[in-house]
Ligand binder design. Structure first.
Ligand code: 5GP
Ligand code: MG
Length: 175
């Protein structure tokens, strides 16, 4: 058990289990994107570790870039996602792979995807470290998912609880 701020978290997935799943995802992506030179687009902050690990396993020619989604929201996922900060690449005619830490309600991606579509990329797919199928409220479907989990709060492997816990190599779940 570990404590972050005021809350206790229990071990949930080890870095070995995570690493094994990422290799399997990368294998699929390698098969799907041979010769296409995809642009991997990591959504900061939560995806930075997953994106780095996944990207290292890619054997196809690929580029990577990161963006931050600015919104009015506080700590919950209820707020409005508005703009992408830091997107310098032209997405037109590119094969885009969005990399997210977690799809919870799906609001973030369902708001953001239409903005990307406007730039007319050749294709857009979503790779996510986690999904919470029972929490999904918007029409978003990941193409590559490392783990489906129950609707509970998790930290570690890039995901934070109020700023802390991102550096934990394993994933932990709220008690
Ligand atoms: P959505 O827009 O899909 O509801 O929310 C996605 C975002 O909410 C994630 O990118 C993440 O920042 C945050 N989030 C949702 N569930 C969790 C969770 O269990 N743990 C952490 N640390 N963040 C979460
Ligand atoms: Mg996020």
């Amino acid at each position: 058990m570990i404590t972050i701020h005021d809350k206790e978290f229990a071990p949930f997935l080890t870095s070995e289990e995570i690493s094994k799943r990422i290799k399997a995802l990368a294998w699929k992506i390698n098969a799907d994107y041979a010769g296409k030179r995809p642009l991997v687009l990591g959504i900061l902050n939560g995806s930075f570790i997953f994106a780095a690990d996944l990207f290292r396993e890619l054997a196809v020619e690929a580029e990577i870039s990161f963006i931050k989604l600015a919104s009015y929201k506080g700590t919950t996922t209820t707020g409005n996602v508005i703009t992408a900060i830091g997107l310098e690449e032209t997405l037109t005619d590119r094969h885009i792979i969005i990399v997210e830490d977690i799809i919870d309600t799906g609001k973030t991606l369902s708001t953001f995807l239409p903005q990307l579509t406007r730039q007319q990329p050749a294709s857009i797919k979503i790779a996510t470290f986690l999904t919470k199928p029972t929490a999904l409220k918007y029409d978003v479907k990941a193409d590559y998912t490392a783990f489906e989990i129950e609707d509970k709060f998790v930290v570690g492997y890039g995901l934070d609880y109020d700023g802390l816990g991102r550096n934990l190599p394993d994933l932990y779940i709220l008690k």
